[in-house]
Design a protein around this ligand. Structure first.
Ligand code: 5GP
Length: 131
């Protein structure tokens, strides 16, 4: 059965798309730990990030770098934090989170739900800086 993230790539579930190429997709996390929190995934369904081949892993990281650089330009933050969890959705993904303090990367605190207008505005801001 297709993962929820494959359904997002297929357009069966809506998402705030940040970037896409033939093998990768980036979109806003629906329940961010900080505004602009973005997920970067390979289109290929692999549950565990470190089961990707070296080539696939490297390509995903380079795609994530492109997204992170755009996020840093677009959003008020000191850096873009990177983490991998993967306990909820069994489709490899990298979390990119705009951070100013260490606490901004705390995945244990209650997550946010932003209104659709705010999500759309954040998407617009970041995508302006995607080449
Ligand atoms: P993890 O698997 O790394 O523990 O967490 C999965 C992440 O995916 C969570 O941060 C969660 O908010 C996000 N997520 C789960 N389902 C959806 C969805 O349908 N759309 C979007 N945009 N994000 C999702």
């Amino acid at each position: 059965m297709a993962t929820i993230f494959s359904k997002i790539v297929a357009g069966e579930i809506p998402s705030y798309k940040i970037a896409e190429d033939d093998k990768h997709y980036a979109f806003l996390d629906i329940n961010p730990v900080a505004p602009g929190h973005t997920l970067v995934i390979p289109k290929k369904e692999v549950s565990y990030l470190f089961d990707l081949s070296d080539e696939e892993y490297t390509a995903l990281q380079l795609f994530a770098k492109k997204v992170a650089l755009a996020m840093k330009k677009a959003l008020p933050c000191e850096r873009i934090g990177v983490t991998v969890i993967g306990l909820e959705v069994p489709h490899a993904h990298i979390h990119l989170v705009p951070i100013t303090t260490e606490g901004d990367m705390n995945f244990s605190k209650p997550k946010m739900t932003l209104d659709p207008t705010e999500m759309a505005e954040i998407k617009e801001k970041i995508t302006k800086y995607i080449n």
